[in-house]
Design a protein around this ligand. Structure first.
Ligand SMILES: [Zn+2]
Length: 441
């Protein structure tokens, strides 16, 4: 058993998630059968065999997790929750055509009410699917940030800076307003090199140097972009390849570029579902990891990839390399679960605080029930089978509880403290309004 200064905590202020199997992710592959996690002041203070943890906290508030699996919350490393009103739109058009004909006109027609509705829908979907943190790129960071904070998720929020939508002022304001915030942090969002003018790119590089904020950018997503000289090498030449950066996609990168990414300390968001749907290829995880680059999984927007679903992402990440004849190394269930949790936390720069169930980290976790026919038959004593059940058989419907910093945002498979029906109704109404404003109906 592991514990941290148990005597410092009044048992009555401790919450115990007790019974069930614990998959801490660190160390990789470990499964604690009939375990318990003790939480105090939002952090994990003990975890281990149930009998031992319960003995240390006899007066704790106990939540029975028998027949459930407790694991770290998922981290979505590349998403556009502000585009959630565009679900499944235009996914069959080629990338640039869908951006120019559908996505950008829709984004330009968003107003504050629609941006708030989109962010709330995105947060609702992610929370119910077991995410506890995400890295987002979207306009109107201020109102969106308020909604994320109200939801209680952690987020790295980057407004787009591109020719048509200047997010510089928003980033500067957020950098001041959110300093020290426990849940949200700002970043600089670049849609891509090809969508921004030289002046915007130079200004973004200047802001990155001056502020130290991470740069979140779509890069090397499709072949034509790289053939036009708008790939990682150009990003580097502009001074935008920097420590803490999130490089979304990196499907078309060469060895020298990967070496340079590793050298700078930037990381890669792997989006296998989006890349497959848009037909842009599949990033080579084995090569990325061989360079020691921080890498996590992203969903991208629901316009590109239809759903914010960590289970679908894990399946794609595990299976696509095999389909393309890439090495199977690093795509077993324990490896992929690590990518979806701790790997994502590393990429967002918060791995010291979250991404795995470890003493001292925030209690950012999700609890799954595995009582669906998808999980039968299941030998609960077999750790390898439990890991495979989560990664290959899991679905958002399995999520029973989600905690961020020890605060339950999902209980009994439903939102806690938020009106889900109202969120859905408002999103539907606002989507119709924005489609009309954008002239897309
Ligand atoms: Zn994207």
């Amino acid at each position: 058993m592991r514990r941290a200064e148990a005597s410092l905590h009044d048992p009555a202020s401790v919450t115990l998630l007790s019974g069930g199997a614990i998959i801490p992710v660190a160390p990789k592959g470990l499964v604690i059968h009939d375990g318990a996690v003790a939480i105090a002041a939002g952090r994990i203070v003990a975890l281990g065999p149930r009998a031992l943890v319960e003995a240390d906290y006899p007066g704790a508030v106990r939540i029975d997790c028998t027949g459930r699996v407790i694991l770290p919350g998922f981290v979505n490393t590349h998403v556009h929750a502000g585009m959630s009103l565009m679900r499944s739109m235009a996914g069959d058009l080629p990338l640039l055509e869908r951006l120019r004909r559908i996505v950008w006109p829709f984004m330009d027609a968003l107003d504050e009410a629609a941006a708030r509705a989109a962010m709330r829908l995105g947060c609702m979907e992610m929370a119910l699917a077991g995410y506890t943190a995400f890295a987002d790129m979207f306009p109107m960071i201020g109102p969106g940030g308020e909604e994320v904070r109200r939801f209680g998720l952690r987020a790295l929020l980057a407004p787009y800076v591109r020719d048509e939508a200047d997010g510089f002022a928003e980033i500067a304001a957020a950098g001041t307003e959110w300093r020290g915030d426990a849940l949200i942090r700002p970043a600089i969002g670049l849609q891509s090199l090809y969508a921004a003018s030289e002046a915007v790119l130079e200004r973004a590089a200047g802001l990155a140097t001056e502020s130290g904020l991470p740069v979140h950018v779509h890069i090397a997503e499709h072949r034509a972009e790289v053939e036009d000289g708008m790939g990682v090498a150009r990003l580097d030449a502009l001074g935008l390849l920097r420590a803490g950066g999130i490089l979304a996609h990196c499907v078309h990168v060469n060895e020298a570029e990967l070496a340079r990414i590793a050298e700078t300390g930037a990381g890669i968001s792997h989006n296998p579902g989006s890349n497959a749907k848009l037909g842009t290829g599949n990033a080579d995880l084995a090569r990325i990891q061989a360079h020691g680059i921080a890498v996590g999984l992203g969903t991208d927007s629901v316009a590109a990839n239809d759903r914010h679903d960590p289970f679908a992402g894990m399946r794609m990440a595990a299976l696509l390399p095999r389909r393309y004849g890439m090495p199977r190394v690093l795509t077993g269930p324990a490896d992929v679960l690590e990518l979806a949790t701790l790997g994502g936390a590393r990429l967002l720069g918060i791995a010291a605080q979250t991404g795995s169930l470890e003493i001292g980290k925030w209690a950012d976790l999700c609890v799954l029930r595995l009582d669906d026919p998808r999980h039968e038959p299941l030998d609960w004593e077999n750790g390898a089978q439990l890991l495979a059940a989560v990664v290959f058989c899991g679905a958002p419907e399995d999520v029973d509880m989600v905690m961020v910093g020890g605060h339950a945002i999902v209980r009994d498979g439903a939102l806690a403290g938020q009106d889900g029906a109202e969120i859905l109704a408002t999103a539907s109404m606002q989507s119709a309004r924005v489609l009309s404003r954008a002239g897309l109906v």
